[in-house]
Design a protein around this ligand. Sequence first.
Ligand SMILES: C[S@@+](CC[C@H](N)C(=O)[O-])C[C@H]1O[C@@H](n2cnc3c(N)ncnc32)[C@H](O)[C@@H]1O
Length: 368
Amino acid sequence: MVKLIWEDKNNITSNIEKLKKKYLNNFKKIEILSKSSETPAKKENYSNKWKNKLFWGENLEVLYYLLNDFEEKIDLIYIDPPFFSGSNYNIQVKEADKDYETVAYFDKWEKDFDSYLQMLYERIVLFHKLLTNTGLLFIHLDWHASHYIKLILDEVFGQENFINNIIWYYYNKYSAGKKNLPRAHDDILVYSKTFDYTFNELRMPRKKPMKQLKREMVNGVLKNVKGEDGHVVYRIVKDKKIDDVWKIPCMQPASKEWTGFPTQKHHELLERIIKLGSNEGDLIADFFCGSGTTLLAAEKLKRKWIGCDISEYAIYLTRKRILNFRKNNKKSAEYNFPFELYTKLGGRRQDIIESGFFDKELIIERKK
Ligand SMILES: C[S@@+](CC[C@H](N)C(=O)[O-])C[C@H]1O[C@@H](n2cnc3c(N)ncnc32)[C@H](O)[C@@H]1O
């Protein structure tokens, strides 16, 4: 089997048990939002005591922490990590008496590709442990690193469990290139843990209805259906199966879903992923959640969720988006499980919490 090697490649497997224990008491619940609804749960093991979870912290620590209770319990993991783009992503933040520029998240690795690969490798090993046997992993990347990460995924998940390389074609973002074609797509690599994974057929309307031969399976062979007169039969088809090239625009500031968080993904992209790879009541996780697009899509689609981000601005926006959605959609309250905010207390985080940061009225704008 082909394997990717980099300097100081470190297989963490033998340390997992030790690190699970180390991080067991790492995170503290700092808030519970919205009262518990007495909804009967779909899955016995979660019962109606389920609470969605949002972690503010380093995701590696969160993954070890979660392994204590969630090994083989997560149905779908989507991540949209830094892409090794070589840029940091800034925001302008306005609050009552302050207006400042700050970094929303970092993606400069001082050309150190090895540490980037090691960063994702460790997390991918832990995702594999957290997924249920019917679960799926979606990793969102682009040309900078996707071909390398594909090899790591083959190593951890098995080449035979590679399902798709979804191309997200964002036709509305102009990317100039004199010596290369303008880059207009991202890659979303999809892996399962076993052959028995959740996969729902998704269909989309055709531009024009199409006349198609009617066919049926006879003894395992697809045959044209014939009418009583012996002629083939046609049908009009108005939709088609979604393939692996998804034409969905980039988020634009004019959208009502726009949060101002850099590289916020389109809600349609996440809704499609969640519908494709999970069912109502399933547990969805995003450990690089940014402005919370995945978690909001999970909430809308009646899935449970776990989210994590290291940036307080990401957590601020995620929390606010979920609460706004709940305020404006009282009808879907049936699935509004309470959600808990966790963090590792101390130092800077303590000060941020004590300043009432999460309840402030902030205006966050992406800086170009
Ligand atoms: C590309 S953004 C995600 C955007 C998100 N999909 C959205 O729609 O808004 C990547 C996120 O990963 C977070 N991140 C990067 N490294 C992390 C780490 N080690 N632990 C937790 N979060 C991390 C960043 O703070 C950033 O918010």
